[in-house]
Design a protein around this ligand. Structure first.
Ligand SMILES: Nc1ncnc2c1ncn2[C@@H]1O[C@H](COP(=O)(O)OP(=O)(O)OP(=O)(O)O)[C@@H](O)[C@H]1O
Length: 738
């Protein structure tokens, strides 16, 4: 069982010190006959009294000293009467408490488990155990036995105990049979073991390459993989050829199997302009719903507000501002039409325009709701409009089902109570979220969508803002004029140059945009670290932790966020005997580190310093690690005025955040941004990415690297092409469901 370099040990589990029920992580004490050993690792369903054979390594914990880190384990039933009593008293078998355990072991000794499993009627001789109770106990023991056996058997296929728990939840007692029959059942959404691993298991079972189950799973894998890249669908020809390449089979076979997938509605196909596109059913329904709902909103618009020009003149006087013609046009459209898309680059006055729109709508008695896709964007919207703005999820009163999928309490049956809904940062809204708020918006209400269509598209699948504009069906006002006040900023001027394909000015030395030429990657990294750790705090007074943000196009490589984070952590928050550290999923966290939440977790509880409590931490939320409790594996993070505790499982949602990818930075703004400019992955060297990075900086932007990299990004106008259906479905361009 042991692999090279690993140690083995056998003993009885004395007690469970800590256990995470969800992922099986546990801290236990093992008596190996000589001493009590603390062991940590993935030990699902392990109970006190069980005999364990563990394989792993000794590790030294700063707080707890030597611990045995378990990589793998095997278990056997409690070996003697004492172990049996310990096992049954521990509550491992539901319905059996310590006093019942004592009575059972007194009667049946070391054979208690066999009796419980095979002769439940004999249990009735124990006082207090009725026949139905005995049957229940028997079922529970069988279930536990089944889980153990399943874990051992699936372990033989390289499936970890944690993954085996997911398989069990999905397939129950049939788990092993299902995997043997069709290893690709592991790719189902609820199990989520990747296609590659399922394929290796299938190969070990000598399943042929052209096995239909394999081809089906391969096609679905290609679609899901592309969804991860933002597509909601794929052209059928591209899909079948990519799947054929992946699987090493003829395209004629993937074409045939695609027909089967269509026939049993595992996928949906649609023809747009003579080309067939393939969707997963959920995304197809989502785009169709959104297109139909938009058409309905256009057909049943909100009532027009009259006399806009006079009212606007009043607002101009109040705000002490002269609105430009484009802005006036936007206000007129917003008040006279049911839907408006307001778009424009930085400093073109979108927010200033929005403020007039909100003021005028409120004056005519409309109730206006404001929302944005991320917590940060909502916060910024609140600050700039002086009104409450929520995340879209919060607005729709999200809850999460067992599979962690969002379920919105606000929907077509429980509509939003408002006259107008304003959504900011539309470029970050993906297909599913767009559908969600359209479902909750009553007909006859106003919808104002604001965003910059040149920003990077949403992380999730879809190209909502692009498709809505491209459809030509909705009123769009594009603001182009940059106001003098904003023009003073070289960041804004250069952002506009970049978006129109011109080289930004790199030689100006006394404004807010600097370019530091550096041609060797190691020097670029060192310069960035020095800027963040010393030069910018000294010269500008920026805080390294909270005000300076390093952005990089990529996670990988010498100048990717992973490497930069290590270097920045070492410089800004170096190891210190007084600071506790912990390693989670290979990442080292230390007290005082800057971290980021990397996915939306609406159930994560927090408390404020003023004692108020709530839940929900969002993708992109930044914080500082306040304390680390290694024994309980808890990391406590302060995010603005909220304190959030992460346990081992949720800590996987944290990453170091001295550096973050440009994609992750969307919707955020930082006082100072520093970014490497060095040739990297060509698919990440493009104009929108540079534009998005530059527009994240409020007061200072420093690019470090080669002008050639800047040039190649500016010149590469490869708009990230996304295959989506919304624009076609809106224009009804001859779509035809197959
Ligand atoms: N009509 C106007 N006259 C004078 N100044 C204006 C006008 N409209 C906007 N501004 C000023 O231009 C600057 C940028 O405006 P605003 O913040 O509304 O732009 P934005 O498009 O929302 O920018 P960003 O996308 O960067 O947030 C602000 O300082 C604002 O006061």
């Amino acid at each position: 069982m042991a692999e090279t370099g690993l140690l083995e040990m056998t003993g009885t589990v004395e007690q469970i010190i800590f256990r995470n029920e969800k992922n099986g992580y546990a801290v236990i004490e093992i008596n190996n006959g000589e001493e009590l050993v603390t062991a940590v690792g993935n030990l699902p369903f392990v109970g006190a009294g069980e005999e364990l054979h563990v394989v792993g390594n000794w590790i030294t914990s700063q707080n707890y000293g030597e611990q045995f880190h378990v990589e793998a384990f095997e278990r056997s039933k409690p070996a003697n009467e004492a172990a049996m009593l310990k096992y049954l008293s521990s509550g491992a078998v539901k319905g059996v408490g310590p006093s019942t355990a004592k009575k059972i072991v007194e009667l049946f000794g070391g054979t208690a488990l066999e009796v419980m499993e095979n002769e439940p009627e004999r249990l009735c001789s124990v006082r207090g155990i009725t026949k139905p109770k005995a049957e229940k106990i028997c079922e529970e023991v069988k279930r536990l036995g089944g889980i153990r056996q399943m874990m051992v058997q699936l372990g033989g296929y390289g499936i970890s105990p944690e993954e085996a728990v997911r398989v069990w939840k999905y397939y129950g007692a049939q788990s092993v049979d299902r995997v043997r029959e069709n290893p690709y059942c592991l790719c189902e959404d609820g199990v989520s073991i990747g296609f590659d691993r399922a394929d290796r298991i299938a190969a070990s079972l000598e399943r042929p390459q052209d096995d239909i189950c394999r081809v089906r799973a391969g096609i679905l894998h290609v679609i899901k993989h592309n969804m991860g890249n933002g597509h909601t669908c794929l052209p059928a020809d591209k899909l079948t050829s990519a799947a054929a390449r992946l699987l090493g089979v003829e395209q004629s076979l993937t074409r045939d199997v695609l027909e089967d997938l269509k026939a049993d509605t595992s996928v949906v196909a649609c023809t747009f302009r003579d080309r067939e596109f393939v969707f997963l059913p959920g995304l197809y329904r989502s785009e169709v719903y959104s297109a139909e709902r938009i058409k309905m909103l256009l057909r049943f618009p909100a009532p027009s507000v009259t006399g806009v020009d006079d009212r606007l003149a009043e607002v101009e006087r109040e705000f002490g501002i002269q609105y430009a013609e484009g802005q006036k046009q936007a206000v007129r459209e917003a008040l006279s039409k049911g839907i408006l898309i307001l778009t424009g680059g930085p400093g073109t006055g979108k927010t200033t325009t929005l403020n007039a729109i909100i003021r005028l709508l409120e004056r005519s008695g409309e109730k206006v709701l404001l929302a944005a896709p991320t917590g940060r964007a909502a916060k910024r919207m609140s600050e700039l409009t002086g009104r409450e703005a929520k995340t879209i999820h919060r607005l729709l009163q999200v809850e999460w089902d067992e599979e962690d999928r969002p379920v919105f309490a606000r929907n077509e049956k429980n509509l939003l109570e408002c006259d107008a809904l304003v959504i900011d940062e539309l470029s970050m809204v993906d297909t599913a979220l767009f559908e969600a708020f359209l479902r909750a918006l009553p007909l006859g209400r106003r919808l104002i969508l604001v965003g910059d269509s040149d920003q990077l598209p949403s992380v999730g699948p879809g190209n909502v803002i692009g498709d809505l504009i491209a459809s030509g069906l909705l009123p769009v006002v594009q603001l182009r004029q940059v106001f003098r006040q904003s023009m003073q900023s070289l960041i804004v001027r250069n952002a506009h140059r970049i978006v129109s394909g011109e080289m930004p000015e790199l030689d100006i030395r006394n404004e807010d945009f600097f370019f530091l030429k550096c041609t060797v990657p190691a020097n670029i990294g060192a310069t960035i670290v020095d800027l963040c750790n010393r030069r910018l705090p000294e010269s500008y007074g920026f805080s390294s932790l909270t005000e300076i943000q390093v952005l990089s196009p990529s996670r990988k490589g010498e100048l990717g966020t992973t490497e930069l984070n290590k270097k920045l952590q070492q410089a800004i928050n170096p190891p210190d005997g007084r600071k506790t550290e912990i390693r989670v999923n290979g990442s080292l966290f230390r007290e005082g580190d800057k971290v980021m939440q990397v996915r939306n977790d609406y159930n994560l509880p927090w408390n404020r310093l003023d004692g108020s409590v709530g839940e929900g931490v969002f993708n992109g939320d930044l914080g500082i690690i306040q304390s680390i409790d290694r024994r309980a594996s808890v990391i406590t993070v302060r995010m603005d005025d909220r304190i959030v505790s992460y346990e081992t499982e949720t800590a996987a949602e944290l990453e170091l955040a001295y550096a973050m990818t440009v994609h992750k930075s969307q919707g955020n703004e930082f006082p100072a941004v520093v970014m490497p400019m060095y040739r990297g992955a060509p698919q990440l060297a493009y104009r929108n990415l540079l534009y998005t990075a530059v527009t994240r900086a409020k007061s200072l932007l420093i690019l470090v690297g080669t002008p050639e990299t800047v040039r190649s990004m500016v010149e590469n106008n490869r708009k990230t092409r996304r295959y989506t259906g919304l624009a076609y479905l809106l224009t009804g361009g001859g779509e035809d469901e197959v």
